[in-house]
Write a protein that binds this ligand. Structure first.
Ligand code: BGC
Length: 569
């Protein structure tokens, strides 16, 4: 963006070739009427859009350049026939061309020089010119401070000039997380302790190192000194995190989007853009479960109030878009959105809507669909890469296990979902990643061939290598083993098999454990729980005596080693 001292329109083309119109407006100083205290009012508004066919997403920034405000009303007139269809971070009202947005209880207070952001989706026909003027609390914003001193526009950090390749896993080794590796070794896992795993930035404190542990810089420095070509991080701290479960609820409340942006994403992006790391390919897995939860847990009998809240306030969508904007702008950072797994989004009713949601979210970012390098599936889950003996056909689809899903494994689901994403507008260069850290299902209970049983349920149960009671079970699954070791380019359309969930780290505690991490107790982690509608009222399949999510769970680690498939030699 370039600043313009006079009212005007600055246009730049981003990497995707999407035009961003940014309106930067000048300076105003308004003194209230004679005999009253002088209250300086000044404001600056930025307005940028990403548009497609007959729709667009607009992101608006307001900076208060005057005295502190306790609430604000933003107004403008559209230049054409734009119609707001959905707004967020404000109460929107449109009458003809005129739009009025009033602040909400949590974002009305704006100190001097403080900023806030809001946005909306809209339809339009014909041209989509930006509004030429905005006002805040009745005063036209023309951009600088109330005192008359122009406020310098911050210079954006220029994206680094490093290269951005199609598949970041190819051509070198992955960073071996020093801390995970030490735990694995200390617990009998030397044979696998040299595998690359992802580092979960699961709270703000993790950026600098929680509880004396390594922070982001320390991991990146270690990756450089290992001579790694890539390092993997999970971006996992959205407001209202884990809305359909309790075991990984996080530190940020449903409305804490501002903190997510400034205290979590901004510092991460600033560290990752350090030129020291320009030769490292930094892979990010963005917000496991969040967008899939907006597909399956906002209506009907699988809805949760927390997911409905996150859909209504838009903070999952806005948080993910913010993360994509900041991370994609760094050319050696790679972004993979989390896309659930076959036993979640595989059904027709979820498959199409999920791909559409991903497309809408990506199209609302600065670089549009190009801000996404690919999708990670099966994150921290147990769905096998391949079901070798269980065909999907008109018979097996009627079994309780398959339950009319079109997919029984991640390789077929991932390939089909990729095609759907491409037809919804994503580039054909997107690559899928399967988390194979715990989807091995080896050991004595593994079937060895097809079954000839006449009852379809008996047949399917004898054929499936996935030994869970139900495909909706997700917590510390009994009988699971390590899956394929991390592999680059394992199949066409797949960038990698990766170990995203560090094997040995719990999914959630088997009973309630008080903690200061925001983690709750989810009955799906209790081995005695009989289930709910989301897992077909089946047993949880969880191992007993598990610690809090993310904490080392030795008994599970041993079982993963024992049931590894391929086995650990
Ligand atoms: C937990 C995180 C942890 C991650 C990796 C998640 O379930 O909530 O705290 O870092 O798993 O083990």
């Amino acid at each position: 963006m370039r600043s313009n001292p006079h009212r005007g329109l600055a246009l730049r083309m981003d990497r995707a070739g999407v035009a961003i119109a940014a309106l930067l407006l000048g300076l105003v100083s308004v003194l209230f009427g004679m005999g009253r205290a002088h209250a300086a009012v000044g404001c600056q508004v930025t307005y940028s859009v990403n548009q497609w066919n007959n729709g667009f997403t607009a992101n608006i920034g307001i900076t208060n350049l005057g005295d502190p405000l306790s609430s604000w009303t933003l107004e403008w007139d559209f230049a054409g026939n734009q119609q707001v269809t959905q707004g967020w971070s404000g109460t929107f009202a449109q009458s003809g061309k005129h739009v009025t947005v009033k602040s909400l209880s949590y974002n009305g207070s704006l100190g001097t020089n403080a900023s806030t952001s809001l946005g909306f989706n809209a339809s339009y026909s014909g041209t989509n010119d930006a509004p030429t003027s905005f006002s805040v609390n009745g005063t036209t914003c023309n951009g600088s401070s109330g005192g008359g001193t122009p406020t310098p526009t911050p210079t954006p950090t220029p994206p680094q000039s490093g290269s951005h390749v199609d598949n970041p896993y190819v051509g070198g080794k992955g960073y071996v997380d020093t801390e995970w590796s030490a735990e694995a070794k200390a617990d009998g896992g030397t044979a696998i302790a040299n595998q690359p795993t992802a580092v979960w930035l699961d709270r703000i404190a993790a950026i600098n190192g929680a509880n004396g542990g390594m922070g982001l810089r320390a991991h990146l420095d270690a990756a450089v000194s290992q001579g790694a070509s890539y390092a993997q991080f999970v971006i996992y701290d959205l407001p209202g995190r884990d809305c359909a479960a309790l075991a990984s609820n996080g530190e940020l409340g449903a409305t804490d989007l501002g903190r997510y942006q400034t205290e979590y994403i901004d510092p991460i992006a600033s560290i990752m853009s350090d030129s020291k790391y320009a030769n490292l390919k930094i892979i990010t897995y963005i917000e496991p479960d969040s967008l899939p939860n907006l597909v399956t847990n906002v209506s009907g009998n699988t809805a949760t109030t927390a997911c409905q809240t996150m859909q209504q306030n838009g903070n999952y969508v806005k948080g993910v878009q913010y993360a994509l904007n900041k991370l994609h702008a760094i050319s050696n950072v790679y972004t993979y959105l989390d896309a659930g797994h076959h036993g979640w989004l595989g059904w027709d009713s979820n498959f199409g809507p999920a791909a559409q949601l991903f497309a809408t979210v990506a199209k609302g970012t600065t670089a549009g669909v190009n801000s996404v390098d690919g999708f990670v599936i099966n994150t921290a889950n147990y769905s096998p890469t391949t079901e070798p003996y269980l065909p999907v056909n008109s018979q097996t689809r009627q079994s309780k296990w398959v339950d009319w899903n079109w997919y029984v494994d991640e390789s077929t689901f991932g390939a089909a979902f990729r095609q759907q994403l491409i037809s919804d507008g994503f580039s054909s260069s997107i690559g899928m990643v399967i988390d194979t850290s715990r989807n091995g299902w080896g050991g004595a209970a593994r079937p060895t061939g097809p079954s000839s049983a006449s009852d379809i349920n008996t047949q399917v149960n004898a054929e499936r290598v996935d030994r869970r009671p139900h495909v909706g079970d997700w917590c510390n699954q009994s009988g699971a083993g390590l899956g394929a070791r991390p592999t680059a380019s394992p199949a066409a359309g797949f960038d990698a098999y990766a170990w995203v969930k560090p094997p040995g780290e719990s999914d959630g505690s088997s009973k309630s454990i008080p903690n200061d991490e925001g983690k709750g107790f989810d009955q799906m982690c209790d081995p005695n729980y009989g289930g709910n509608v989301r897992n077909g009222n089946s047993p949880s399949g969880a191992l007993p005596d598990a610690p809090l999510s993310g904490h080392w769970f030795s008994a599970q680690f041993h079982q993963l080693m024992q049931n590894a498939y391929p086995s650990v030699s």
